[in-house]
Design a protein around this ligand. Structure first.
Ligand code: ZN
Length: 139
């Protein structure tokens, strides 16, 4: 059993940016030369999330719309009083979405469906450089 920890860096454009990171995870899995196990995909920070959906333009728009409904960006949040950074909605969306996901792999391939991509969801109100930690555990 081996544990291999890697990270990727992703530049985002701020709230609503949804970025498909599946191929970067697949590339690191093939470099790790593991065949069976799982990978945890974890985003560092409290204003972004990791999710999975079919990465096509309609659903990208639908996801943006639902995040806006769940935690509207034009509403006042108590957090905005704390730091004055006006990103209370970003923290709420990130907390609801969650920062990580675990994906099993078999025969050296992620066990994802054909229409299932791993997506970095940026919620912050400004562009960011995101660090995503990938920890492979397997053999
Ligand atoms: Zn904040």
């Amino acid at each position: 059993m081996k544990i291999i920890t890697k990270e990727i860096s992703v530049d985002t454009k701020g709230a609503g940016d949804l970025i498909d990171i599946t191929s970067q995870i697949e590339n690191l899995l093939s470099q790790a030369k593991l065949t069976e196990g799982n990978v945890t995909v974890f985003i560092v920070g409290s204003t972004a999330g990791i999710t999975s959906f079919e990465y096509e333009s309609g659903l990208i728009k639908d996801m943006r719309d639902i995040y806006e409904k769940l935690a509207p960006s034009n509403k006042d949040y108590a957090h905005d009083e704390t730091w004055g950074d006006a990103n209370g909605f970003s923290h709420i969306r990130a907390a609801l979405q969650g920062p990580s996901m675990t994906i099993p792999f078999c025969d050296g391939k992620l066990t994802l469906g054909t229409w299932q991509q791993i997506v970095l969801a940026e919620f912050d109100n400004r562009s960011r450089t995101r660090k995503v930690v990938l920890q492979f555990i397997g053999e």
